[in-house]
Structures are given as C-alpha cells and as structure tokens.
Design a protein around this ligand. Structure first.
Ligand code: ADP
Length: 489
C-alpha cells in the first residue's frame, strides 16, 4: 500500500511529544513491512536539519488560495531515518513556520490550515494518489475536509483518510474566516453536523471536521476511544464521536524497541533480559551511585514524565512522600512547564531531596531516564487522563512494575496483580481507580508490600511485564488491517 502521513511532528526532526514518536514509529514499521510511506511536514526553521539526509529543494512550486489572493509554497525533500520526507514552506511575509518553535502562536490555526491545503496540493501536483492519507491531531484536521470538498473534484479520487486523535483537549477552534482563507465555503461547513463548534457558534472546530470527514478515526488506545465518546474527556466532541462511532476505534501506540530494550540499551549500566533479571540490580546500584542514594534494603519507586495536571502532579507529590514513609526509596525525573507547578516541585525538592532515600531531578535528561527505568523496581503513573502513555510500557519492558491509574492507555496496558480476571502470567502491575490519595495508596502499598514480603512473586510480575509485546510490530499490523478495511469500503 502507499501511505502518506500529513503531520505536524515526526521524530527525530520535529518532536514536541508522543505524537512525533508515533508518526516515526508507525511509519518505520509500515516501511519495514514493504509499504510505500512518505511523511509530509511543515518546513519549520527549528527542524533538526542535522537528522535529515540529502535535504534540498525538490523543484515543486505550489500555489494555494489565501483569502482572495494566493500563497506560493516551496517543497523540500530528504530522508529521515530511512523515511522519505517532504517539507512544505509557504513563502509569505507571515513567515508561518519560521518562528523558532513548533506551536504556541496566536495564528496557529492559520499556519496549519495553510499547511493542510499545501500538503494536498502537493499530492495533486506530483500525481501521487496514495491509498491512505493518514493525518494527526487538530493541526491536520482540515485535510479530510479539503480532500472531500475540494480535491476529489481536482482528481484525488483514490485516497481514503485515517485521522488519529492523540489528545482531544486541543481541537483547533477557529474563526470561520480560516475556512474561507484556504478555499472552503464557510456557509456550507458551519453546520452542527459539520464543523460548527459546540460551544462557540461563530467558530469552526477543526478536529470535529477531521472526525466528520475522515474514512476512519482512531485514538491511541482502545480505552481512550471509549472515554472520549462517553465521558467529559471528549471535551464536547462526545455527540460527534457518538454519531460517527462506526468508524471510531483505538489502536495502542507501540514503543520503539530499538531504543527501549534493556537487552541492548547502551545508556544503562548493565544489559539484562527476563532470563537474566539479576543483572537489573547492577543498574539499581548504578542509579543509586549516580543520585547519591543509600544502599538500603528498599525498592526504588520512580516517576518519569512531564509534571503537569494531566500527569497527576498532586498525586505524584503525594506518591513520593508515601513511598518514603513506607519503606521505599523515591526517584523523580520530570520537567514542569507551568511556573506554579515548577515552584511546588522545587519546594518539595528542598523539603525531601536531601534524604538518602530520595532524589528529585527537575529537568529533561534522556540518559538518566534510561538508567531510572533500568534501576528502579516500581514506576508510578497516576495520570488524571492518558490517551496512551509510553512510560508504563517502557517500565514493563524494563521489568519496572507499573503502578497506574485505571484510565486511557494505562488501563489498556497494565493488568492488576490482585484484581484481574486474567491468568497470573498475564498480570503485570497495580491499578487504582479513583484520582485521589486513597486510591494511589491502595495500589502503591500493595506493590511495595509485595517487594518486601513476597520477592519471588514480585520477580514473576517483573518477568510477566517484560514478556508483553508492546512493539510497533503489533500496532503496525493493526493499522495495516484498518487501512485495508477502509480501502475495501
Ligand atoms: P507525553 O504525554 O508527555 O507524550 P508519554 O508517556 O506518552 O507522555 O511519553 C513520555 C516520553 O518522554 C517517555 O519516553 C519518557 O521517558 C520521556 N520523558 C518525559 N519526561 C522526561 C524527562 N524529564 N527526561 C527524560 N525523558 C522524559
């Protein structure tokens, strides 16, 4: 099959978060399976140009409507980790993608509307008729809309569209003029069953447009697909998702097992496997040496991740204290963007960071993250909401037992050691339901208790997790099967 990804991010050249990893991991897996894959991105000035091979102009000149005028776009090409990538640069005094950052400007909706239109124009101009155009999050929500409303008539009759929702908190609510700006007809599209926003009746909702017009809509975990349809996690899109439930499904993200694999990880102190789990403890010693922790007879409870409300920042703080008070050591690696949350963690670091049982590292450190996954025994992920989550899957792979809230992808990937209707070999961690201290305590207490009182069972839990297949191989297969389904419709 021929697949074109139209996306605002693709690791390692343009990555803000998980979306960049997903596009990269899935595209690579599709290519390995022999499918044709191309990735179309904006030509941001802050791209990691050092990671693009053979970068240069590919000679295409595109002209797309911009209000009653037009904008010319240049297209560049290069290889990203073996993937064919194209980078679109609108040439205008707005400097849409020369801002030094990927997102965060008041005109983000305009920037990505222009990109979405240019990406389809590029396909028409080059005569590329992919089987599937796969687009991602609100930034490319207009791609399915433009395909049906404009480009079918211009010859792009073959492609189907797959639209993946990575996070529905950000939907791209825009003034109707943005639709007109790129050649759509606001009068037709500003209807409740099309793009009209559910809250602001003078605005269009770009993500809603993607959902309404795409051939298939996916989320990054099956549970999240249910949550956004049936609970307020849908952030107002519930009715639309319900109406289009027939084409909505969830496919779990994979993790990149070339990067996250304790057997070959160059960033850890000693490689290990499920069969050689004792070697994991070399990493525990190395982690303790690196962070100045004592060699006490205690498990290490770790947190790795963004420190914000989504990740459950109050429960993270509470969990660290609870671990320290209950015969465990606590390690945190995380960065906060919001100043008030950063202050809270700085204060916590001053309060407990000097303890020989505790270490808080506030910032981003890829290398330390690897050593923490390898050296810790318990990984705490108490998210308020979680479309998929990667850290718990990495924890499983490294034999670091996850303690997670029963939400989104966390619920789909961790099976409770005590309260699951699954065979013991399938149980991998601890799960709690309520987003409060009591809920967290119930699960963390059981994990620490098992480590102290039943080490043989704890070890079995670690091995169970290490044997779970969360690779892109499995997820890639699910996407290919979905692509085939929408092709056959
Ligand atoms: P998000 O919602 O932030 O995308 P995920 O769990 O999907 O969360 O992915 C987080 C990824 O970022 C993981 O690979 C994790 O190891 C990494 N990460 C998060 N915070 C840090 C940090 N402070 N230092 C190093 N790596 C981090």
């Amino acid at each position: 099959m021929d697949i074109v990804m139209v996306t605002p991010e693709c690791a390692p050249v343009a990555k803000v978060g998980g979306l960049g990893d997903v596009v990269h991991g899935l595209s690579r897996e599709l290519a390995v399976r022999g499918h044709g894959v191309a990735v179309v991105l904006p030509k941001y000035d802050c791209l990691r140009y050092d990671r693009i091979e053979g970068f240069g102009p590919c000679g295409e000149d595109l002209h797309i409507p911009y209000f009653d005028q037009s904008i010319s776009c240049s297209v560049f090409s290069g290889m990203v980790d073996g993937l064919q990538a194209y980078f679109i640069e609108p040439r205008s005094h707005h400097n849409f993608f020369n801002r030094g950052v990927y997102y965060g400007h008041g005109d983000d909706p305009e920037r990505f509307a222009v990109f979405s239109r240019a990406a389809l124009e590029f396909l028409v101009k080059t005569g590329r008729h992919p089987d599937v155009i796969h687009c991602h999050d609100w930034q490319t929500g207009l791609v399915p809309v433009l395909l049906e409303e404009v480009y079918r008539a211009r010859g792009l009759r073959h492609p189907r569209t797959c639209y993946t929702l990575h996070n529905v908190r950000h939907q791209g609510t825009v003034g109707a003029h943005v639709l007109g700006m790129v050649g759509l007809l606001p009068a037709e599209l500003m209807a409740p069953d099309r793009l009209l926003d559910h809250r602001r009746h003078d605005s269009a909702n770009v993500m809603k447009g993607g959902i309404v017009y795409a051939s298939a809509v996916t989320t990054v975990s099956p549970r999240y697909a249910q949550e956004i349809r049936h609970t307020d996690q849908g952030c107002g899109l519930q009715e639309t998702l319900e109406h289009h439930a027939g084409k909505l499904s969830g496919i779990l993200n994979g993790i990149d097992t070339h990067v996250w694999n304790p057997e070959i990880d160059p960033l850890i102190a000693r490689p290990y496997t499920a069969a050689r789990l004792d070697d994991k403890y070399e990493n525990k010693h190395a982690l303790r040496r690196r962070l100045g922790l004592s060699e006490a007879f205690k498990p290490i409870v770790a947190v790795v991740g963004r420190l914000d409300r989504q990740k459950g920042s109050p429960l993270i703080q509470y969990g660290l204290g609870f671990a320290l008070a209950n015969h465990a050591q606590a390690v945190l690696l995380g960065a906060a963007v919001e100043p008030d949350i950063d202050h809270e963690f700085q204060a916590l670091k001053r309060e407990i960071g000097d303890s020989p049982d505790c270490s808080l590292t506030l910032g981003y450190d890829e290398e330390l993250a690897h050593l923490i996954y390898a050296g810790a025994e318990i990984l705490l992920v108490p998210s308020a909401y979680e479309p998929c989550g990667l850290t718990q899957m990495i924890g499983l792979k490294y034999g670091t037992v996850p303690v997670v809230r029963e939400i989104g992808g966390l619920a789909d990937t961790v099976v409770d050691a005590n309260y699951a209707d699954r065979a013991f070999e399938e149980r991998t961690g601890y799960v709690f339901r309520n987003f409060d201290a009591k809920g967290l305590e119930s699960a963390l207490w059981r994990a620490i208790g098992l480590w102290h009182r039943h080490p043989v069972y704890f070890r079995q839990l670690q091995v169970n997790g290490m044997r779970v297949d969360n690779s892109w191989e499995r997820s890639g297969e699910a996407y290919v099967s979905l692509y085939q389904t929408i092709r056959a419709r």
